[in-house]
Write a protein that binds this ligand. Structure first.
Ligand SMILES: NC(=O)c1ccc[n+]([C@@H]2O[C@H](COP(=O)([O-])OP(=O)(O)OC[C@H]3O[C@@H](n4cnc5c(N)ncnc54)[C@H](O)[C@@H]3O)[C@@H](O)[C@H]2O)c1
Ligand SMILES: O=CCCC(=O)O
Length: 482
């Protein structure tokens, strides 16, 4: 296992927090402390922004190809050390090793994708409609960015922001999640090894997020905030960002509907449901949160889905048999159980599972609830656990109404053999993404993001780099005028 830096990364150096404080990172499978790392405070946050602001001008001048090559080297290094990254993620976050390996592949792909995009931030030159002037449109790096990441995908959520920022020529301060900061520490070390100049990426893990990043958001040298996390915190940060009219990208919560029509291939729908529900133990913004199944196939779907859920072994992610790891902490596990208990009290039935697993760690049984009725809390809140509530519908209009009945709009899943119906659903569903007969659609080459209260902006795809660029227009006088 590679050694993980335990300091703050500021201007290319690993250092202790100004206060000398550290905080503990726990293994959610055992509750034991894995490592203590430097705990940044406001003074460290200011030093990190000083470094990012000082490096911005020279970094923006580095040729795009060179920036791309740094990212490509980082891709190679992460790929070479895939096992180190996977084990670290399993230890600090809990996901089974096989899934952690999948996240390394997914997370590294943002480095490769944006290494290729770095050289394609094109502008345009055109003749004005009246022919009397010329219009030159260019793309420029937006400037120093604050990147705030969640705990659930410790590598991919960081690379999805850092890679496009590097490609665009922005400097940055990364505030990693306090529950899973270790992967970001190792990744930052890799970025330095790949040749990223000092000051371009600064990393400030902290146990006091608001106090440490609040002053940065109000600092006029900061030009961009990219946040991934809950809608609740996102709303607060948007309000703070309004003070300096800070440019923002917000990747927030989800409440994905998983719609199964009567003509769907039920085995394929169950396979999709297993992915959409159990990937990352259900701790994903993209997790299917509501199974909306046609009344004529609901019983058969529930029975097939339950048979698969029963095969899932709950164990520490490092154990070879583990298919479902622990939830991130006791608070999350208690919240999941509260939602399940509320649904059961409101008339739902636990077809399988229904409670926490006894013993150390924060494990929860893979659970299916049938007969969940509209208005039940579990259908409106993010579950963030391995629990699948099933509700039924009788017509396409009914399915659309139920699916759209949420403040969120990140992703939806639709299973049908009728392509026209699939396309119609895409047009009618209020989401940024749709999985058509697919249970996972995350891809570095695709624009990831939501509508409604699931956020603003897109990460990945051709769109991802745009979040870190601004457009400048230069009006040129008629070159034929005397
Ligand atoms: N849409 C997406 O792409 C996406 C991806 C992953 C996770 N998420 C969402 O993230 C949530 C789970 O992650 P979480 O529990 O880490 O979310 P969270 O909102 O609690 O925290 C996210 C990050 O914000 C920091 N934070 C919390 N309060 C802050 C404050 N006042 N100022 C500055 N930073 C603050 C946290 O320390 C963490 O780094 C879920 O809602 C999930 O849907 C969304
Ligand atoms: O948690 C949300 C991110 C999931 C993903 O990128 O696939």
């Amino acid at each position: 296992m590679a050694s993980v830096p335990t300091g703050l990364l500021i201007n290319g150096e690993w250092r202790a927090a100004a206060s000398g404080k550290t905080f503990d990172v726990e293994d959610p499978a055992t509750g034991k402390v894995l490592l203590s790392i430097a705990d940044a405070g406001a003074e460290d946050g200011a030093a990190a922004l000083d470094a990012a602001a000082a490096a911005q001008e020279s970094w923006a001048k580095v040729p795009p190809r060179e920036r791309g090559e740094i990212l490509r080297r980082a891709f190679d290094l992460v790929t070479e050390r895939a096992e180190d990254f996977a084990l670290l993620m399993t230890l600090e976050m809990g996901k089974p090793l096989a899934e952690a390996r999948g996240e390394v592949t997914y997370g590294a792909e943002f480095l490769r994708w944006f290494s290729e995009e770095a050289v394609r931030a094109f502008g345009r030159y055109s003749v004005s409609p009246d022919g009397k002037s010329r219009l030159l449109v260019t793309k420029k790096p937006v400037g120093p960015c604050l990147l705030i990441t969640p705990w659930n995908f410790p590598l991919a959520m960081a690379t999805r922001k850092i890679a496009p920022a590097v490609a665009a020529g922005c400097t940055m301060v990364l505030k990693s999640a306090n529950l899973t900061p270790l992967t970001s520490q190792l990744f930052a070390a890799v970025m330095m090894e790949a040749g990223l100049p000092a000051g371009v990426l600064n990393v400030i893990p902290t146990s006091t997020a608001g106090a440490t990043t609040g002053p940065l958001i109000k600092d006029s040298r900061l030009r961009k905030l990219s946040f991934t996390g809950s809608t609740e915190v996102g709303r607060r940060l948007l309000s703070d960002a309004s003070e300096t009219v800070l440019r923002t990208s917000m990747e927030l919560g989800g409440n994905a509907p998983f719609v199964v029509f009567e003509d769907a291939d039920l085995d394929a729908a169950v396979a999709g449901a297993m992915l959409a529900k159990l990937r990352n133990m259900g701790e994903a913004c993209t997790a299917a949160n509501r199974f909306i199944v046609h009344e004529s196939v609901a019983a058969e779907f529930a029975q097939k889905f339950a048979a698969k859920m029963r095969e899932m072994t709950t164990a520490r992610g490092t154990e070879p048999e583990s298919k479902v790891g622990p939830l991130i902490d006791a608070k999350s596990r208690d919240k999941v159980h509260e939602l399940v208990s509320d649904a059961v009290a409101s008339g739902a039935t636990a077809v399988v599972g229904g409670g926490p697993v006894e013993g150390p760690g924060y494990f929860y049984q893979p659970t299916i609830l049938s007969g969940v009725t509209e208005g039940t809390r579990i259908l409106s809140e993010e579950i963030f656990g391995p629990v699948a509530p099933i509700t039924t519908f009788s017509s396409e209009d009914d399915a659309v109404r139920l699916a759209n009945n949420t403040e969120y709009g990140l992703v939806a899943y639709v299973f049908t053999k009728d392509l026209n119906r699939g396309i119609r659903m895409g047009e009618k569903l209020e989401t940024g993404m749709l999985g058509l007969n697919a249970g996972v659609i995350s891809n570095a080459a695709a624009p990831f993001g939501g509508v409604k209260q699931s956020g603003l902006g897109r990460e990945g795809g051709l769109e991802g780099i745009e979040e870190y660029l601004y457009t400048q227009y230069i009006g040129i006088a008629d070159p034929y005028a005397g």
